[in-house]
Design a protein around this ligand. Structure first.
Ligand SMILES: Cc1ncc(COP(=O)(O)O)c(C=O)c1O
Length: 420
């Protein structure tokens, strides 16, 4: 490990906030064909989601056209508020990507989770000879498919939001669903799932344990599908589709991305699947004109530790006595995904960490400036534009990753803490 990384590591272990720059990041063109997945895989996932839109429209009319996508909002007032609060000048403009308000599941985990379960339903229905790829997929809502899917169980380990995403789509299709929830998962998320008939299994242990239990449950049971947040390529590709849609949104808003107009994207990271999938998609769309940064809590910097030590998924915050306890419940993860660590090592521009107190402050700033409600995990992305050096032609995107379903009474308390 070089001196720079050593220095960052010792700060991470001391729970100090850091900004780590990935000094060894190669040019994207030089390594794009060495990665586990490629652009065709993203397109394939995007096309599959389009094919499912009539079904989504039927099951979740609130989506309108059956495409689960979030708005990109420009954040002029937010920029001013950040500059005033932190007493600095931010070069370039800021937008927020509102996955916090993604329909159906209310978080960034909606895209990947829903995609994986839809693909599973497609595979089962085709194998049974009940579906042809040229059919109108809205037929999957018919009773005979419900009867078919009810013979299968979908299992997942989660800190909360992936469980919500998997639980909501799986129960809508009539799969049985078991969500193994870590101790970090919030009670309201469990309650929401139980109301939909989802079997919530609680552990007084961390996320890694909850995932291991889900994996164990499905081992040797061909009618049980385990959604593997640590390794699933389908989840990863479901997330990556966001990049193709963001490209369109940027074009509609006439926001240029090229060598002279760099794009900076800040993505909250837990196990890494959601931010990793999105960063992977963005690099394929914008190459080295996009700069992706992950953000993690000082109490759960699993991806940063994995990349710094080179141990990836074999590293754990526990090895360094770091607690994993954070109000950013979606980011409370001890070890990163192997699939994502390998990719992130080559794509990321860096990772920064933040303390919980800062999250509440940022959550309040966003509400006061742009009137957007988010959960603490999502607030971590708002710190990015303050930290990263950019020029006046830059565009910053803070990826807001959750919040829609957060109960008002809990949100109001967080907002109050943010004002202290
Ligand atoms: C609100 C929120 N943001 C970010 C993430 C990070 O996603 P991942 O665990 O795939 O890195 C999560 C994960 O559950 C989340 O719930």
């Amino acid at each position: 490990m070089n001196l720079y990384n050593k220095n960052i590591l010792s700060k991470v272990i001391n729970l100090e906030t850091v900004l780590w720059i990935n000094e060894d990041k190669p040019n994207f063109n030089d390594i794009s064909n060495t990665l586990a997945l490629d652009y065709k895989d993203i397109e394939d996932a995007s096309n599959r989601l389009d094919k499912f839109s009539p079904l989504i429209k039927k099951l979740f009319p609130e989506t309108g056209d059956g495409i689960i996508e979030s708005p990109l909002e420009t954040g002029g007032i937010l920029k001013q508020a950040l500059e005033n609060t932190y007493n600095l000048k931010i070069n370039g403009d800021i937008s927020v990507k509102c996955d916090s308000h993604l329909k159906v599941a209310g978080s960034i985990k909606a895209r990947g989770g829903i995609y994986e379960v839809l693909k599973l339903a497609e595979t089962i229905a085709i194998d049974e000879g009940l579906l042809d790829i040229n059919d109108d997929y809205s037929k999957l809502a018919e009773p005979k498919f419900k009867e078919l899917f009810s013979k299968y169980t979908v299992a997942v380990g989660s800190t909360g939001n992936l469980g919500l995403s998997i639980g909501i789509i799986s129960s809508a299709l009539a799969f049985n669903v078991d969500v193994h929830m870590s101790s970090d998962a919030k009670e309201w998320k469990k309650e929401k799932l139980r109301k939909r008939g989802v079997n919530v299994i609680e552990y007084d242990d961390d996320y890694t344990k909850a995932v291991a239990q889900g994996r164990k449950q499905c081992k040797n049971n061909k009618n049980c599908h385990f959604v593997d947040d640590e390794n699933s390529k389908d989840l990863f590709l479901g997330y990556s589709v966001a990049a193709l849609r963001l490209k369109k949104q940027l074009k509609e808003k006439e926001i240029l991305v090229d060598e002279k107009h760099p794009l900076y994207v800040y993505l909250p990271c837990g196990v890494g699947g959601a931010p990793g999938g999105i960063a992977f998609g963005l690099k394929h769309v914008f190459g080295d004109n996009v700069h992706c940064y992950f953000v993690e809590p000082t109490e759960a910097p699993c991806m940063l530790l994995g990349l710094l030590t080179g141990k990836y998924d074999k590293s754990s915050i526990k090895d360094y006595g770091i607690s994993g306890v954070t109000e950013a419940d979606g980011l409370a993860v001890g070890s990163p995904s192997k699939l994502v660590s390998e990719i992130a090592d080559k794509l990321l521009d860096g990772i920064y960490t933040t303390e919980d107190n800062e999250l509440f402050k940022l959550l309040k700033i966003l509400k006061d400036s742009e009137n957007i409600k988010i959960e603490p995990s999502a607030a971590s992305s708002l710190l990015g534009p303050n930290l990263i050096e950019s020029n006046k032609n830059s565009h910053h995107i803070c990826w807001l990753t959750g919040g829609l379903f957060l109960p008002d009474r809990l949100y109001e308390e967080m907002y109050r803490v943010g004002g202290r």
